[in-house]
Design a binder for this molecule. Structure first.
Ligand SMILES: *[C@@H]1O[C@H](CO)[C@@H](O)[C@H](O)[C@H]1NC(C)=O
Ligand SMILES: *[C@@H]1O[C@H](CO)[C@@H](O)[C@H](O)[C@H]1NC(C)=O
Ligand SMILES: *[C@@H]1O[C@H](CO)[C@@H](O)[C@H](O)[C@H]1NC(C)=O
Ligand SMILES: [Zn+2]
Length: 520
């Protein structure tokens, strides 16, 4: 089936859509190869014992998980020639090989799964060099991710002015912004919106300063037509400049960003059991890509390889409900693959997904067992809280402690929540800092990151906690086994009314992150 991409469709923040994407058609969910053997596969697999949570969990072995991590690390090394180090970032050979590896394993399982792929456009950006001078001061800064370069990739010299208010409205930029470098305070709306408004007013560069102590590093997200070269700087550096401007002093500056923003094609892999009620699916996902900086063995090799291992083990059983696995691409660029998928579901397909479970980072070395705190009280789609409660019981059954973490935009469940599909998940922690109380609950080191190699080169084979991985892989297996067996007691899907949708959209506007990216 081919679906022409419709640029006027709902466009959430961070999804990559500009007019540049409207021309080519992107194959939607393309089946891989013929499925003539479908009835034979059905006949064979339906004779297998019926799955349940405990039986599937019992198939998990740490050595199988490690074998997959090892394969993945070697795959990441394919990128060394181009990047100088192992990586599975989108657009790299390592990422292409990751996707091929997943597809190859799934296609070798006797027709147990219908394996398909979904190609979509993704924006990737590189910042080569940047420089910012205000007055006679070189200013410490971070160029925002996905920023366009300054004009002609050259230094621009201009007067410095301050935007009115927080730059979220076009009217916050006066005549004086034309041809100027504009200082804008962080807050109220995404960086991308501020940059767009500055660009519309004719500014040659935008400098967003923090509204809390410390430096500022974020992303402009979805490229927009009027985005200008945009920097992030600290509040401490901005205040003296603002004071001088207020006193009527004229300040000159120069700005330079050499960057590139490219649109590439990348793909999600989807595998659905041929057995099981196709109108009632349990869906789960992990991401196949890593950041550019490293091989991503924990992020999200641990999640994506758990899914693959569970998918392999599931073939020992028959299922009552359909099980759909997803390996998302472009998570690290702002949850692109999962958002694309959820956004392009027809209303009918949407209703067939009873729940979505996100598995991103399951084996952090300084781990905590974290459950996303999805609740009815927060307006999360009905069923999300029941899933959260399942994880609580699951961890109790595995004899370990757990904590709750905010369900606020940092991984691939976002698109599903936006589409009204119940969602949740577990993780072992990224760049958060472990507390002394958590050391009592889980062991490890207080005051350090849960994953000390988060988004770094050292996210390699040494960056896995085998025990945590085993516990979480068994939990994932339980979650698949349970819902593949039955949805008894789990809320039915019903189309949500517009009011509920609007309220959720409004509350999502407060989220400062999309994936790992600070957006406002
Ligand atoms: C396999 O999945 C694709 C994508 O969802 C779908 O178009 C196709 O009809 C499915 N094939 C079978 C045999 O179920
Ligand atoms: C989980 O969310 C609920 C509803 O918003 C809230 O009352 C509760 O305090 C949260 N729990 C934790 C541990 O954050
Ligand atoms: C759970 O946490 C408590 C402290 O809150 C600790 O005493 C106990 O040993 C922990 N249990 C396990 C299995 O780690
Ligand atoms: Zn991740």
């Amino acid at each position: 089936m081919y679906v022409k991409f419709n640029p006027t469709a709902l466009i959430p923040l961070g999804l990559l859509v500009t007019s540049a994407f409207s021309s080519p058609t992107f194959p939607q969910q393309q089946p891989l190869g013929p499925n003539d053997d479908l009835s034979a596969a059905l006949r064979i697999h339906s004779k297998k014992p019926s799955v349940d949570a405990e039986s599937l969990a019992a198939t998990i072995e740490t050595k199988n998980l490690l074998k997959r991590a090892y394969a993945l690390y070697n795959i990441a090394k394919i990128s060394e020639l181009e990047f100088g180090h192992p990586t599975r970032v989108i657009g790299s050979k390592g990422h292409v090989a990751t996707v091929e590896y997943v597809k190859r394993i799934l296609s070798s399982l006797g027709g147990y799964y219908n394996v398909s792929e979904q190609v979509f456009p993704a924006v990737s950006g590189y910042i080569y060099e940047s420089h910012l001078v205000i007055g006679h001061q070189v200013v410490d800064h971070r160029a925002m991710s996905l920023t366009p370069p300054t004009k002609n990739k050259d230094t621009v010299f201009a007067g410095v002015v301050a935007a009115k208010n927080d730059g979220c409205l076009e009217s916050d930029f006066g005549e004086d912004a034309k041809g100027a470098i504009v200082l804008i305070e962080r807050g109220s709306c995404p960086f991308g919106q501020k940059s767009e408004n500055a660009g519309k007013a004719g500014a040659v560069a935008a400098v967003v300063y923090n509204n809390e102590p410390g430096s500022l590093s974020g992303t402009l997200g979805t490229p927009l037509e009027h985005h200008v070269a945009t920097f992030g700087i600290s509040r401490e550096d901005a205040l003296p400049i603002l004071e001088k401007l207020k006193a009527g002093e004229e300040i000159d500056g120069s700005a330079y960003i050499n960057s590139e923003v490219n649109v590439i094609k990348t793909k999600n892999v989807i595998a659905q059991t041929v057995l099981g009620d196709p109108d009632n699916c349990v869906m789960l996902g992990g991401h196949s890509d890593s950041v550019e900086e490293g091989p991503g063995v924990n992020d999200d090799g641990s999640g994506s390889m758990t899914l693959l291992e569970v998918a392999v083990q599931l073939t020992k059983f028959s299922v009552n409900n359909c099980v759909r696995f997803a390996w998302w691409s472009g998570e690290e660029e702002g949850l692109l693959g999962s958002t694309w998928y959820a956004l392009h579901l027809t209303a009918e397909e949407n209703q067939k997904i009873r729940l979505f479970m996100d598995y991103d980072m399951l084996a952090s070395v300084n781990f905590a067992y974290q459950i996303y705190n999805a609740t009815d009280a927060e307006g999360d789609p009905k069923g999300s809280e029941e899933l959260r409660n399942f994880y609580i019981e699951g961890y109790k059954g595995l004899g370990v402690n757990y904590t709750f973490i905010p369900f606020d935009g940092r991984s691939d469940y976002v698109g599903f929540i936006e589409a009204g599909i119940p969602a949740g998940g577990v993780a072992t922690g990224a760049e958060g800092i472990k507390t002394p109380e958590e050391v009592e609950m889980f062991g490890g080191k207080a005051g350090e990151w849960y994953d000390p190699c988060y988004h770094q080169l050292c996210d390699d084979l040494t960056n896995l906690d085998e025990k945590a991985w085993n516990v979480n892989a068994r939990l994932v297996a339980k979650s698949v086994g349970k819902y593949a067996e039955s949805f008894e007691g789990f809320p039915e899907r019903t189309p949500e009314d517009a009011e509920v949708k609007a309220a959720r959209k409004e509350s999502a506007k407060k989220w400062k992150y999309r994936g790992n990216k600070l957006i406002m």
